[in-house]
Structures are given as structure tokens and as C-alpha cells.
Design a protein around this ligand. Structure first.
Ligand code: FAD
Length: 691
């Protein structure tokens, strides 16, 4: 029973204020409380209630369940850098020194540690993503530099080229003898790749392509590896052929070409190549981004990456794909690996931030009940609200991105057609969703650690600055979410025409009929804990929301296109479409999480994961409660029950938070050392609680 609130009198108001002043002044000049090894857990001051009903979690078992198949290679990378302090990135480092260090880190991994990423890009993509993820945990610049060399430059040669290209370049790329770039973006065109202006004109007399930058706006910009280290680039340009019947040339659309940039021995820029430095950036300063201008650069016809379109000796164009649009889609479709890699690396960065913020919040004590020790800041409800749903999301992303890596690997190794749609939609959606979430969370984690979070040694600053651009490169997030929305609408249309749906989209088949009928007034009032924690209720709620957004988007688009045309109608509904895409991705993430919980063989690990999964689901439903209330999907009593249950789950997850972050199994020098290094006192804390 809730206690009736007493009306505050002037007298007890004064009492409250003076108690508050007392506490704050204690905080400003605290009574020193020495930390000794024999201090007990009591003195760390957990709220007594915080220790009640704690689930037993065995970190080892949880960690084992989470680990991918590729832990061994990740440990090899961590150990390699741990054993070489001279290769670890110092806190204060200039751009030029960082670039050279990043090169030496990559060189060491390949030449000394014997890692061959390109081999895995082809044979075992999951292992390749694990390498990039581990390298990124050491220094995000290194993860990105590897991505440029192997996913972008290497990936474009392997996926857009044919056997002759693999025979000629594979070994040089894998061994780092051929460092290269991926030159797609131009000064005037980033997201709109079809608007690129660089041209590659075929010269039938010399059997060459001539690469030209026709205007300043067509200068290739932001090209990783170009400013200092790259010797080659895969350059995206419009393929121009001399027209057969009329004077002039025919534009065959955007294709990729291998263009040597620098002399292999002297490293001098080759004739017609002009390279500029994009300079100091907000983050990722270990990567040398540059700008490229081409003036009549001649390359052999063989340098056209000709998997989707070829030019014969006599200048005839052939392709298995009938239109420019289809060839363009196939070309870009081969490059989704970069998005898969960013989604999984971003999740890994979120794990690091979570681990630092949560461990710190367990140790840090501020205020407390009168005449009692101060309490851990993680015992404050507000701190739990900042960090526990985030921890739940980190787990959710871990399982969702692991699934994405798995289906991407299957698609690449089996070439199974039915996976293509799924991988494309999910890689765009997860890359956008996860990287946006991580970017916001990095600031929350910094803030959750107060002033110490601002010390560079605790990593939030560098993580935030380096990760920020994950939201933009490999496809701007707003643009990628539109691809997801467009895909959903296409599938929605096909559903009514009896077509097949991609696996991840399958739920829409049932959901549209079930979910679009009026909400059931009886279940709308159910508020029992068992019901709220039933995965069916949770998933139904997520899918209901997505289905309604999809149906209403389709209706609105149809209506507006009559007056505004297709482009105008899309723009009029853009925010609606972005919400739809996010809602769909959230549904897919939850479905994967539920499946992973149910499959877990160990009962106590399953119980812990179920708790985290419930928090993920109910916190989302609560955040969107307005949507559910508007259509009476959830009655007022149920909304209240969801809120209470979310608070309770945050609290329960807080009780096992240490085990949950330990299960990430991150090496000490990635997360633990910074806090221990902060000061003597923190070193003692760290030792004391056995972190
Ligand atoms: C550090 C770094 C490294 C990079 N490395 C490489 C590389 O190695 N190779 C390479 O080729 N490129 C590289 N890039 C370029 C990167 O891929 C592009 O910056 C990215 O694709 C976005 O393009 P843009 O910068 O032109 O942004 P724009 O497309 O101009 O976007 C600007 C804003 O407009 C919005 N916007 C654009 N179109 C739409 C739309 N249709 N609907 C709604 N909103 C829209 C976006 O959401 C964004 O907020 C790199 C960039 C950086 C910063």
C-alpha cells in the first residue's frame, strides 16, 4: 500500500533543507575513509535491497555461450599487442606519428603475427570480422585501416573482379605488398553514388581506359590509405564507350577500375595522379585520408573489374545484367561486407564503453542514507536507467550482429540466392541502428562516470571521436534506413501479389492480418508479470508497431504521390519511413534475442539472459508507450505495470551487471587498465573487488 503523502509543513521543509545542506557539505569535504584490503563488501555500501533475490550467474558459462568460433584469433591479436608496448597507441599522439604507428601495427599483424585477412575475406568471412573487431578494440584506427585494405580495396578486387584479377593481386594485397584504397566518394557526391562524375573512357586504339577528373567536384575525397600509404586504388567511374552509330560516347554507368597511384619501388606519385591530404580529423587520425585527382591517367583494359560488365578488344560492351540500374545494384551489393563489419565492430565498442562505465559505477560511491556508508552510484535508479537498458541492448546487438555475420558468411561461401535480400536489408538496417545507438551511448557512458569519465585515459573521448563517423561511412545511416523502408514496402506490395518474402521479413506475412485488426480489449488489460515477460506478448507488441507503421506508410505514400509525385511523397513521409525502418530492425533484434535465450542449454545462463532480454523488450515498449496507448493496444493499468516491471528488471540486471560485463571477456588492457591507472585509490578498489 502506498503511504499517504503528508503535506510538507514549513518546519519539516526546513529540516529537509538543512539535512540536504549537511550531506552536500559532507560531499564537498568528505571525511577521509581509507581503503584497506580487509574492507568488506559491506563497506562498499550496496543498498541492502540491491542484494536481494540476486540471480546466480556463472561468468565462464555465459562467456562461453557468447563467444563466437573465433575467440582464438582474437586472443592472438590481443596477446600480440600486449607483448609489444611500442605498438600500443599512446594517449597523446600527433596525426603523422599516429598514421605511421597505425601502419606499423597493421604491418606487424600481417608480417609478424602472420595473420592473413584476405584469405578469410574469401574463405571464412566470420573470422575476418573477428580480426577487425579485435584490432579495433586495440585502436579503432587500426580496425578501420584494416577494413580499407582488406574489405574495401581487397574486397572490391575479389568481388567485382574476375579470376585474372585475383591471380594478379590477391597475394600482394594479403601480404600488404600492395597497399590500396577504395576511391568511390567525390567532393560533390557521397551518398549519391550514381551521381559520380569521374570518367573512364575506352581508347580502342591503345586498348586502354583513360581516367579523368572532369571538375573539382569530381575529385575523389576522403579516400582512406590515399594520403600516405596507398599504391593502388579501385576507382569508381562512369564507363564511357565510343558510340557505334553517332559521334561521341555512351555512358555505361558506374564501374570500378584498378588504378596504380604510386610507384611500387620509389613510392612516387605516377603521371597524371595528384594526391592531397584531407588533414587532421575529429577522430581516426591513424588513417591517412586523401583526395585524388586524375588527369588522363591511362590503364590497361584488363584493369576494369569486369564481373558485372566487360569491354571487348573492339570496344563492345557485354553484361549478364540488362540495365545500368541492375549492374549498379549488383556492384554495390557486393560491398555489403563493410557494413557487416561496422555493425559488429560498433557492438564491440559499445561493450568496451559498457564495461568501463558499469565497472566504474559499481566502485564509485556518492552519498547514502544518514550515518551509513556512501552507496555505489549504480544503486541510484537514475544510473540504472542510464546503463542497464544499454547493457541489455549491447547483449541484443551482440546476438543480432552474430547472426548477421553468420548469414553473410553463408551467403558468401554457398552463394545461396535466397540469403541475398536478407543480408542486404539486415546489414543496412543493423549498421545504421547499432552505430547510431552506440554513438549516443558513448556520451551517456562518459557522463555516467562523472569527471573521471572525462580523463582521456578512460577512453570515452577517443572512443566517441573515433566511432562517430561509423554513422556516416559505408552508407550514411539516414540513407541506409531508407533502403530498409523501401525494401519493406516492396515486400508489403509483393505480399498482396502472393510473392515470397525474405526470411527476416517473414513475420510480416502473418502479422499484417493479425496485427491490423482492432487490438483485443481483453489482452490490452492483462498486466500479470508472467504475461509481460512472455516473449510472445513482447514480440507481438514490437511487430504490431512495425506492421501499423508499414501499413500507414503505404497508405500515406499512395495518397501523396498523386499530388507530389514519387520523390515528393517519399520526402513528405520521410520521418515516418525512418521510424518504420528502425521499428522493423528492433523487431528483428528482439526475435533473435528471444531465439538465443531459448536455445541456451545451461539453465542459470538462460535465466540471466532471459532477464536481460525482458529488460530490452519492456524498456522499448515503455519508451513507445504513447504509440501503444493511442490505439488502445495497451490499457492504462497495463502501461503502469510495464513501467513498474521495467524498473524492477533494471534493478535485477544491476545485481548481475558485474558478471554480465565480465562475460564480454575483453582483455584487461582494453577496459580494465584505464580505471586501475586512474589513481592509487582506484588501483586498490580494483584489486579489492577482484576486477
Ligand atoms: C573518415 C572518413 C573516411 C572515409 N573513407 C572513405 C573511403 O575510404 N572511400 C570512399 O569512397 N569514401 C570514404 N568516405 C566517404 C564516406 O563514405 C561519405 O562521407 C559518406 O558516404 C557520406 O557521404 P557525404 O559525406 O557526401 O554525405 P552526404 O550524402 O552529403 O550527406 C550529408 C547529410 O545529408 C543527409 N542526406 C543525404 N542524402 C539524403 C537523403 N536521400 N535523404 C535524407 N537525408 C539525406 C545525410 O543523412 C547527411 O546527414 C570517408 C569519409 C570519412 C569522413
Amino acid at each position: 500500500m502506498e503511504q499517504k503523502k503528508q503535506k510538507p509543513t514549513a518546519e519539516n521543509e526546513t529540516l529537509i533543507v538543512s539535512r540536504r545542506i549537511q550531506r552536500v557539505s559532507l560531499h564537498l569535504s568528505p571525511v577521509p575513509r581509507p581503503l584497506h584490503q580487509h574492507d568488506t563488501q559491506e563497506q562498499l555500501g550496496l543498498f541492502p535491497c540491491a542484494r536481494s533475490a540476486k540471480l546466480e550467474v556463472e561468468t565462464e558459462k555465459l562467456s562461453l555461450y557468447m563467444r563466437g568460433k573465433y575467440r582464438e584469433i582474437q586472443e592472438k591479436i590481443y596477446e600480440y599487442f600486449h607483448a609489444r608496448p611500442e605498438l600500443q597507441t599512446p594517449l597523446e599522439i600527433s596525426k603523422d606519428v599516429h598514421r605511421e604507428l597505425c601502419w606499423r601495427q597493421m604491418y606487424g599483424l600481417i608480417k609478424e603475427a602472420g595473420i592473413r585477412p584476405l584469405k578469410y575475406v574469401v574463405e571464412d568471412p566470420g573470422k575476418y570480422f573477428a580480426i577487425v573487431e579485435a584490432a579495433g578494440a586495440v585502436d579503432i584506427s587500426l580496425g578501420i585501416k584494416l577494413g580499407v585494405q582488406y574489405s574495401l580495396w581487397g574486397g572490391s578486387v575479389i568481388n567485382l573482379g574476375t579470376k585474372k584479377h585475383k591471380d594478379k593481386y590477391f597475394e600482394g594485397i594479403d601480404s600488404l605488398d600492395y597497399p590500396g584504397c577504395f576511391a568511390m566518394t567525390e567532393l560533390h557526391h557521397g551518398s549519391n553514388v550514381q551521381g559520380l562524375q569521374t570518367v573512364a573512357t575506352f581508347d580502342p586504339i591503345t586498348d586502354e581506359f583513360i581516367i579523368n577528373t572532369p571538375s573539382d567536384g569530381a575529385i575523389k575525397w576522403w579516400i582512406g590509405n590515399a594520403a600516405v600509404h596507398g599504391k593502388f586504388a579501385s576507382v569508381f567511374a562512369k564507363l564511357m564507350l565510343p558510340a557505334q552509330d553517332v559521334k561521341g560516347v555512351s555512358d555505361m554507368g558506374v564501374h570500378a577500375f584498378i588504378v596504380p597511384l604510386r610507384d611500387l619501388k620509389t613510392h612516387q606519385e605516377l603521371p597524371g595522379i595528384e594526391i592531397h591530404d584531407c588533414g587532421h580529423k575529429v577522430g581516426l587520425n591513424g588513417v591517412d585520408n586523401g583526395a585524388l585527382r586524375f588527369t588522363s591517367v591511362r590503364i590497361p583494359r584488363d584493369n576494369l573489374l569486369n564481373r558485372f560488365g566487360d569491354v571487348s578488344r573492339d570496344g563492345k560492351y557485354t553484361s549478364s545484367l540488362p540495365t545500368i540500374n541492375k549492374r549498379f545494384a549488383a556492384t554495390l551489393g557486393e560491398l555489403v561486407g563493410g557494413r557487416v563489419s561496422l555493425a559488429s565492430s560498433s557492438t564491440s565498442i559499445l561493450k568496451i564503453a559498457n564495461a568501463i562505465a558499469i565497472r566504474y559505477s559499481l566502485l564509485r560511491q556518492q552519498f547514502g542514507p544518514p550515518n551509513q556508508p556512501e552507496v555505489s552510484i549504480l544503486d541510484y535508479q537514475s544510473q540504472q536507467h542510464k546503463l542497464m537498458p544499454m547493457l541489455a541492448s549491447t547483449y541484443a546487438f551482440h546476438f543480432a550482429t552474430s547472426y548477421l555475420v553468420e548469414i553473410y558468411s553463408q551467403m558468401k561461401t554457398t552463394h545461396a540466392e535466397q540469403l541475398v535480400g536478407d543480408v542486404h536489408g539486415l546489414s543496412a538496417g543493423l549498421k545504421a541502428y547499432v552505430t547510431s545507438y552506440t554513438a549516443k551511448s558513448l556520451s551517456v557512458c562518459r557522463e555516467a562516470c562523472g569527471g573521471h569519465g572525462y580523463a582521456a585515459v578512460n577512453r570515452f573521448g577517443i572512443l566517441r571521436n573515433d566511432h562517430d563517423i561509423f554513422q556516416t561511412f559505408e552508407g550514411d545511416n539516414t540513407v541506409l534506413l531508407q533502403q530498409v523502408a523501401a525494401d519493406l514496402l516492396k515486400q508489403y506490395k509483393q505480399k498482396f501479389q502472393g510473392g515470397t518474402l525474405a526470411v527476416t521479413w517473414n513475420y510480416l506475412r502473418e502479422s499484417m492480418n493479425t496485427y491490423l485488426s482492432q487490438p483485443n480489449p481483453v489482452t490490452a488489460r492483462w498486466e500479470g508479470v508472467e504475461h509481460l515477460r512472455d516473449p510472445k506478448f513482447q514480440l507481438d507488441a514490437f511487430r504490431y508497431r512495425t506492421s501499423r507503421l508499414l501499413q500507414s506508410a503505404a497508405v500515406r505514400l499512395r495518397k501523396h504521390s498523386k499530388t507530389l509525385g514519387g520523390f515528393g511523397a517519399w520526402n513528405r513521409c520521410l520521418n515516418h519511413l525512418l521510424t518504420l525502418a528502425e521499428s522493423h530492425i528492433e523487431s528483428v533484434i528482439l526475435a533473435k534475442f528471444i531465439e538465443t535465450v531459448e536455445k541456451c542449454p545451461d539453465a542459470s545462463t538462460r535465466a540471466a539472459l532471459k532477464l536481460v532480454c525482458d529488460l530490452y523488450a519492456l524498456n522499448h515498449i515503455w519508451n513507445d508507450i504513447g504509440t501503444y496507448r493511442n490505439v488502445d493496444y495497451v490499457a492504462p493499468n497495463k502501461a503502469k505495470a510495464i513501467h513498474k516491471q521495467t524498473d524492477y528488471l533494471s534493478f535485477q540486471v544491476r545485481n548481475i551487471a558485474k558478471e554480465l560485463v565480465d562475460a564480454f571477456d575483453l582483455p584487461d588492457h582494453v577496459t580494465r587498465a584505464p580505471i586501475a591507472m586512474q589513481s592509487e585509490a582506484y588501483a586498490q578498489y580494483t584489486q579489492f573487488v577482484g576486477f
